[in-house]
Design a protein around this ligand. Sequence first.
Ligand code: GDP
Ligand code: MG
Length: 319
Amino acid sequence: PTVPRAGSTLLGYIGIDTIIEQMRKKTMKAGFDFNIMIVGHSGLGKSTLVNTLFKSQVSRWSSGWGGEHKIPKTVEIKAVSHVIEEGGVKMKLTVIDTPGFGDQINNENCWDPISKYINEQYEKFLKEEVNIARKKRIPDTRVHCCLYFISPTGHSLRQLDIEFMKHLSRVVNIIPVIAKSDTMTPDEKNEFKHRVRKELETHGIEYYPQNEFDDDMEDKNENDKIREAMPFAVVGSDKEFQVNGKRVLGRKTAWGVVEVENPNHCEFALLRDFLIRSHLQDLKEVTHNIHYETYRARRLNDNGGLHPISANNTQESNL
Ligand code: GDP
Ligand code: MG
């Protein structure tokens, strides 16, 4: 490593600030995991939105996901990983799809397989952590974020929406979004967003970013703005249109082309910026420090301290 010359004079520069560069180099070398789960009944545009979020990198390997219209008889969990690189930084993105959710006649407890999957990933991480010869870097399969798709009915949340978010919001970071928002007029959209927010509040559902985890006033002010704008009303698309001489992703509707990335048209860009450009690291930290920590504490308690955890003994969620 290069030691800055300026450090040699007594009252001069020490070089503490180079930690940032050191961390940057390590992150560049190691890359990072980001695991995102998508939940909502079929046809709400989940696959399309994820492809839109991560651009062609993802759509190349996931084509065929959305095309399938066979509905599984129970909720299935499908995880697909792909490495995306930008500016020399590698992200191993895992998208966890949950086909079959909300598609049954009786949707009672259909969040069970989902909460089981989430807890299994915590369990896996915990086992690695308590291992005597633990890995220097534990592979992270924990779900950092769960995008929950709300149907653009314009009425209210369904019972299932409320039940799911109630059960899961203590276990994982939930980000509710309003799907296919191009099917509503701007007035309907605002009205619906307002109503959904009220309902979430009435039912005491804490979505991400949770009030209680704001670090300081600056954090709180920033997150308040986001919370007031949620749930984001999004539009996804894989079709390009020519607008003012530029090619943009969009959808053709009765009143013209809705541009996916235009903040005057929908809130896709807001969601993308929030999820990736401003809060990705925080999503990972809240997962580790709050959700995983809760699981771990409960697990080690139940286990009477640090006895080895037996294999194949994954706990169901009681949270
Ligand atoms: P999934 O079952 O939730 O994964 O939904 P898909 O992504 O497969 O999309 C289902 C259908 O809805 C496809 O025909 C998409 O073209 C369409 N679709 C996806 N996103 C949107 C959207 O934002 N608005 C509208 N109007 N249609 C969409
Ligand atoms: Mg799909």
